[in-house]
Ligand binder design. Structure first.
Ligand code: 5GP
Ligand code: ZN
Length: 116
């Protein structure tokens, strides 16, 4: 899939509205349209990378910065102390539906383990 057909690239381009709550040079974060917890934020790289399987060595910094963004978002959402979960689904069998790398950040309720 090229980035012009990618939903999250279209959000990055401003073509589709989203509730963006964090932006950096390499990543943005916005609220999930179908939240599974009171805080459910998607953190995505500006670079189009389809899945974890498509990562290469040159993406290491990008991926690290997703976690730094998660730390910042958790703090600003007020869930850092109580606890939160970050999840990245890879491919359809794990529930991935949008093929642009994204971390889910979930918080604001107790989260059971293992996930379904
Ligand atoms: P995945 O299933 O690929 O791990 O996660 C994709 C997420 O994107 C889902 O949680 C879904 O609710 C969310 N999503 C799908 N379309 C949109 C949209 O247009 N806007 C926003 N903000 N989230 C979306
Ligand atoms: Zn994309």
């Amino acid at each position: 899939m090229s980035s012009k057909d990618c939903l999250f690239c279209r959000i990055l381009a401003g073509e589709i509205p989203a509730d963006i709550i964090y932006e950096s040079d390499t990543a943005i974060a916005f609220r999930d349209i179908n939240p599974q917890a009171s805080t459910h934020v998607l953190i995505i790289p500006r670079k189009h990378i389809a899945t974890i399987n498509a990562l290469d060595e040159s993406d290491a910094q990008q991926v690290g910065e997703l976690f730094l963004a998660a730390k910042q978002v958790a703090s600003q959402e007020g869930v850092a102390e109580r606890g939160y979960r970050v999840v990245m689904n890879c491919n359809a069998g794990a529930g991935q539906t949008v093929f642009h790398l994204h971390l889910h950040l979930l918080g604001g309720r107790d989260l059971s383990w293992p996930p379904g």
